[in-house]
Design a protein around this ligand. Structure first.
Ligand code: B1M
Length: 214
């Protein structure tokens, strides 16, 4: 039925997509399998947008459907939230980028994975990020971005944290659909993750809590 969900999202049939999500959750489907199906759907919407078969309104609509689905998934994911916190993550979508659906899923999964998550939102200026890191001294900073122009903002954020003398024990993770090994190297971050589960695994490795938090 995840194929049906993917089809409904791509066709922008919001009511169907939400009803199918409810049915999948009621039937015990893993919420992360639903995220994967939706990610595939969003990739297809993005492909259509790139080749002129879809336009901004379709992108906005797809984003709204995805947010509706994510809202339904959250209680099912949050049911497993660990009470024991293993570290703090300051997370944001970098300056110039307002995509937040994936970031929000990463935030939820980090929370479930035992992290205190301070989410600064989207389009976050370097100064705001540096000030928050100075204030709360997190173990991890997470920088999300979906636009290729976000790579420069990620690099500017990493550089600014370094200039402020905050790189010591701090680990910086980048992520988002276009991020690769090369992007991570360009930004100067310590690591990157392909998806929300990978983000939690990497952050746990960094704080040494991989087994404790499980
Ligand atoms: Co935008 N958009 N968009 N968009 N949009 C993309 C990213 C694009 C690839 C579509 C395309 O052309 N194929 C393209 C970027 C091209 C490029 O830069 N090379 C694009 C464009 C061009 C734009 C605009 C410029 C369009 C315009 O105005 N002309 C504009 C930019 C606005 C801005 O940011 N300044 C824009 C706007 C929008 C909407 C607002 C309409 C909407 C976003 C709504 C929202 O986020 N609230 C939107 C959408 C929906 C998309 C697509 C279709 C879907 C994104 C999404 O939600 N995916 C997208 C196409 C695509 O991604 N293939 C596209 C689902 C989500 C679950 O996946 O975010 O990848 P994702 O997150 C994953 C992983 O990447 C990972 O974990 C998540 C869960 O598995 N992850 C991390 C994410 N962050 C992480 C951080 C980590 C670790 C892992 O560590 C810190």
């Amino acid at each position: 039925m995840t194929d049906e969900l993917k089809e409904a999202v791509v066709a922008l049939r919001e009511d169907d997509a939400l009803a199918i999500t409810d049915r999948l959750l009621d039937g015990g489907t893993d919420p992360l399998a639903i995220v994967e199906a939706c990610k595939g759907a969003m990739d297809e919407v993005g492909r259509r947008f790139s080749c002129g078969e879809a336009f901004i309104p379709e992108l906005i609509m797809a984003g709204e459907i995805m947010q509706g689905i994510t809202a339904r998934l959250k209680p099912h994911l949050a049911g497993t939230t660990s009470a024991k916190k293993v570290g703090t993550v300051v997370l944001c979508t970098v300056k110039g980028d307002i995509h937040d659906i994936g970031k929000d899923i990463v935030a939820t999964m980090l929370d479930i994975g035992g992290f205190e998550v301070i989410d600064l939102g989207v389009d976050v200026p370097v100064e705001t990020l540096v000030a928050k890191v100075q204030e709360v001294h997190p173990q991890v900073v997470g920088l999300s971005g979906l636009l290729t122009v976000a790579f420069d903002s990620m690099k500017a954020s990493v550089d600014a944290l370094g200039r402020a003398g905050l790189r010591g024990d701090l680990k910086i993770m980048v992520g988002g659909a276009p991020v690769t090994d090369e992007v991570q190297a360009f930004t100067g971050a310590d690591g990157w993750a392909k998806d929300a589960v990978g983000a939690v695994e990497l952050a746990r490795t960094w704080v040494g809590g991989a087994r404790d938090a499980a």
